[in-house]
Design a binder for this molecule. Sequence first.
Ligand SMILES: Cc1cc2nc3c(=O)[nH]c(=O)nc-3n(C[C@H](O)[C@H](O)[C@H](O)COP(=O)(O)O)c2cc1C
Length: 175
Amino acid sequence: MTNFKTLAQTRRSHRKFTSEEIDAEDVKLILRAALMSPTSKGQRAWEFIVVDDKMDLEKLSDAKAMGGQFLKEAPLAIVVLGDPMVNDCWIEDGSIAAISMQYQAEELGLGSCWVQMRGRGLSDGTSADTVIRGILDIPENLSVLCVLAVGHKADERQPQNEDKLKWERVHLNKY
Ligand SMILES: Cc1cc2nc3c(=O)[nH]c(=O)nc-3n(C[C@H](O)[C@H](O)[C@H](O)COP(=O)(O)O)c2cc1C
């Protein structure tokens, strides 16, 4: 098992994947990390949709104008949903769940990338939320935060450069 210090350094966004399927146990572990993640008031106001259907992956890749095309080449996507009426921290809750899944994926040697959907859309003004809702039959009360692309890495990414960390953004006691 990789320690967290190393995991934090080696996790990078991966947008190119091999066609190899992801082991079902690994998918479960990734979702387990989301389901164990902290939430506001412990309300767990998120839901997740695992998508491995090729046609739906292709449709998801077209849910916004830019930045999500690679979803169609991913073997798996995890759509992160939240219920704004249950908790006003649904974005924070969903984000924490998403990054938890990304770190778990990395620990399993898999690549992942966050594809932002909330607030994004097509050039004709249709929101990504509306498009995705139509593809996956999402109930009205839930909003789409993001979609994670997950797969076996087909590209190599350098780990974070320790010397380039922006330590100047960290302030002690006062700004
Ligand atoms: C809130 C958020 C939204 C993002 N949206 C996208 C996206 O829509 N498409 C994409 O390719 N990458 C997206 N990313 C990934 C970032 O581009 C990536 O994390 C950043 O460039 C830093 O690179 P690294 O993850 O390899 O360290 C997003 C990341 C975050 C945290």
